[in-house]
Design a protein around this ligand. Structure first.
Ligand code: ADP
Ligand code: MG
Length: 247
């Protein structure tokens, strides 16, 4: 069997009496899109936060690229190649799209992941950053402050930053949220391309997108994975249909 890029074992995180993740085990294999679905409050975002290091699990292990990353902070995990976008954006809103990507390029080149160091107006940063903006379709927005981008464009910008960090896996938390049908369709096409770069753990409520993209789907309900399988297996799973797909 191929070694997974990301291997989560038995992650538990409680907020008071509530176990937001209650022993979650899930893996991400090379080349795949693994979708994580489940009702609001199931623990999907909490799981993503534990993987990227913004929330510390109470117990369980996270292995990434063959290494236990549990003791690393968020910046160290990002530098190892965990690329993430959030439901709530982590961009520097007052900086231009270009500058945001330049910071990510610089972070990758530099020894530390610093968002507060001054950026040189240096072609060694501008050129690769522009090339990445072109790739995600944002070249004509390069000079706009991130705050002035549309919702969909901000998601694209976050993906651009993950690309700049040469991510070995992408963690996407509801990238389609708040997008119209046009935007969702465009992003679906883009994610289908992005998977060639690195595998994607995709939290998403848009079932059209999930069914179109996912190689595997895991269903999270009240902090527990109740099923993992292919699109067909999940769609025909009676427990999943009752718990989530709504019949
Ligand atoms: P999802 O992303 O699947 O909608 P979340 O991971 O955001 O679910 O939340 C899972 C549960 O944990 C929810 O009941 C939520 O209210 C709770 N929760 C999430 N973050 C916190 C927190 N920082 N403090 C307390 N409770 C939290
Ligand atoms: Mg969420």
């Amino acid at each position: 069997m191929v070694e997974p890029v990301l291997q989560i074992d038995n992650l538990v995180k409680a907020f008071g009496a509530l176990r937001a993740t209650d022993g979650v085990s899930i893996d991400l294999r090379p080349g795949e899109i693994h979708a994580l679905i489940g009702p609001n409050g199931a623990g999907k975002s909490t799981l993503i936060h534990q993987i990227c290091g913004t929330v510390r699990p109470d117990s369980g292990t996270i292995r990434f690229a063959g290494e236990d990353i549990g003791a690393l902070n968020t910046a160290e995990r990002a530098q190892k190649g965990l690329g993430r976008t959030f439901q709530v954006s982590s961009l520097a809103p007052e900086f231009s799209a270009l500058r945001n990507v330049m910071l990510a390029v610089q972070a990758k080149q530099g020894s530390s992941f610093g968002f507060f160091r001054p950026v040189m107006r240096d072609s060694s940063l501008v050129d690769p950053a522009m090339a990445i903006l072109e790739r995600v379709g944002l070249a004509d927005r390069a000079r706009l402050p991130a705050a002035e981008l549309s919702h969909g464009e901000r998601r694209q910008l976050e993906i651009a930053m993950a690309l700049a960090l040469q991510s070995k896996a992408f963690l996407l938390d509801e990238p389609m949220a708040g997008m119209g049908p046009e935007g969702s369709k465009r992003l679906t096409g883009f994610l289908d391309e992005l998977r060639k770069e690195a595998p994607i753990l995709l939290v998403e409520h848009d079932m059209d997108a999930v069914f179109a993209l996912a190689d595997r789907i895991s269903v999270l309900v009240y902090g527990k994975v109740i099923a993992t399988g292919t699109v067909d297996e999940i769609r025909s799973n009676p427990t999943v249909r009752t718990a989530y797909l709504g019949d």
